[in-house]
Design a protein around this ligand. Structure first.
Ligand code: IPM
Ligand code: MG
Length: 355
């Protein structure tokens, strides 16, 4: 198969981690007889520097005409003082909205080799951490009106029933393929949008009678994630709650550097990105962890290109890296050997096998 991938290297550590993911994709292509063609797309701070715009229309169009998009990370201190609608992050939001990728899937799974990297107590980790956060990605407060007038700033949070329903369905479908437990997270004791959220989830539950739906307030969820993460199978939540909870979830699994994500909408063209940021403080030092991006590429193969075996091969090679006692700086622990970003990518490439 031939697939066209739009590649956004972005800012900070973005270019280094994406370079490793592309090496992995090239090797998968060689082993399994696929051709991956890459089109570079400028987005984020680098696009501001080049065009004065974090995502010019021509760059967005390259993504829309691709089979899927692989993204490193965008943003950095350098662009902190540009106006809100011109920030690097605005490019990312425009890309997500332009692609219509409303469903963001963030797995939180503890790799057995990294159980001591979790800051949680051993007895909590031992119960198992393996859940998915399904985050609504193109609605809510991120996309409501933002304005500052005099000494008052306003951000509007609104959701329509249809926006809630389509992400709710993804939550139920995801749970159906797993342990059939769906936890809907909201703040219905305070917010109207959350009361609507809860109502729509319960209406959907009548269709998905095989899935066990529970409700949880977002503040309680933040606590439960550290108290007893084993209780979760699939969490479905709105945009900003999902943003916050997924950072928390990544930390309890050891490192944010390990977590990939997929974002999908109505078509198979998806956006794949690690959930971490551009980490400008460690950029260019060959110490970043490329695994979140490499696993994002694996998700692209699995969910957009229907290449399950190829995705398994990547995940097995990541496991081999950890089994070999090799670690990037973010997951180093006693007795392990620290390697750099490119050594990590190269090891994974060498250990890719077609079973
Ligand atoms: C994420 C990031 C983004 C978000 C930022 C960079 C706009 O934190 O993907 O979680 O808030 O969605
Ligand atoms: Mg975030």
């Amino acid at each position: 198969m031939t697939k066209n991938i739009a590649v956004i290297r972005g800012d900070g550590i973005g270019p280094e981690i994406v370079a490793e993911a592309l090496k992995v994709l090239d090797k998968v292509g060689e082993l399994f007889g696929h051709t991956f063609c890459y089109t570079d797309v400028d987005m984020g701070g680098c696009a501001i520097d080049k065009y004065g715009d974090p995502l010019p229309e021509s760059e967005l169009q390259k993504c829309l005409s691709s089979d899927s998009v692989l993204l490193g990370a965008v943003g950095g201190e350098k662009w902190n003082n540009v106006p809100g609608d011109k920030r690097p992050e605005k490019g990312l939001l425009r890309l997500r909205a332009g692609m219509g990728v409303y469903s963001n899937n963030r797995p939180a799974k503890i790799w057995k080799q990294l159980s001591d990297a979790s800051p949680l107590k051993k007895e909590i980790v031992e119960k198992g951490i393996d859940f998915i956060i399904v985050r609504e990605l193109i609605g809510g407060i991120y996309f409501g009106e933002h304005k500052t007038e005099g000494d008052t700033a306003t951000d509007v949070l609104s959701y329509s029933e249809s926006e809630i329903e389509r992400i709710g369905r993804i939550g139920f479908e995801t749970a159906r393929k797993r342990n059939k437990k769906l936890c809907s997270v909201e703040k219905s004791n305070v917010l109207d949008s959350s009361r609507l959220w809860k109502k729509v989830m319960h209406r959907l539950a009548e269709e998905y009678t095989d899935v066990d739906l529970s409700d949880m307030l977002v503040d309680n969820c933040a606590m439960q994630l550290v108290k007893n993460p084993a209780q979760f199978d699939v969490i479905v939540t709105e945009n900003m709650f999902g943003d916050i909870l997924s950072d928390e979830a990544s930390m309890i699994t050891g490192s944010i550097g390990m977590i990939p994500s997929s974002s999908l909408g109505a078509t198979s063209c998806g956006l794949y990105e690690p959930i971490h940021g551009s980490a400008p403080d460690i950029a260019g030092k060959n110490i970043a962890n490329p695994i979140g991006t490499i696993l994002s590429a694996a998700m692209m193969l699995r969910y957009s290109f229907d290449m399950g075996e190829e995705a398994d091969a990547i995940e097995n090679a990541v496991s081999a890296f950890l089994d070999a006692g090799l670690r990037t700086a973010d997951i180093i622990s006693e007795g392990m050997t620290q390697v750099g970003c490119s050594e990590c990518g190269e090891f994974i490439v060498k250990n890719l096998k077609r079973e």
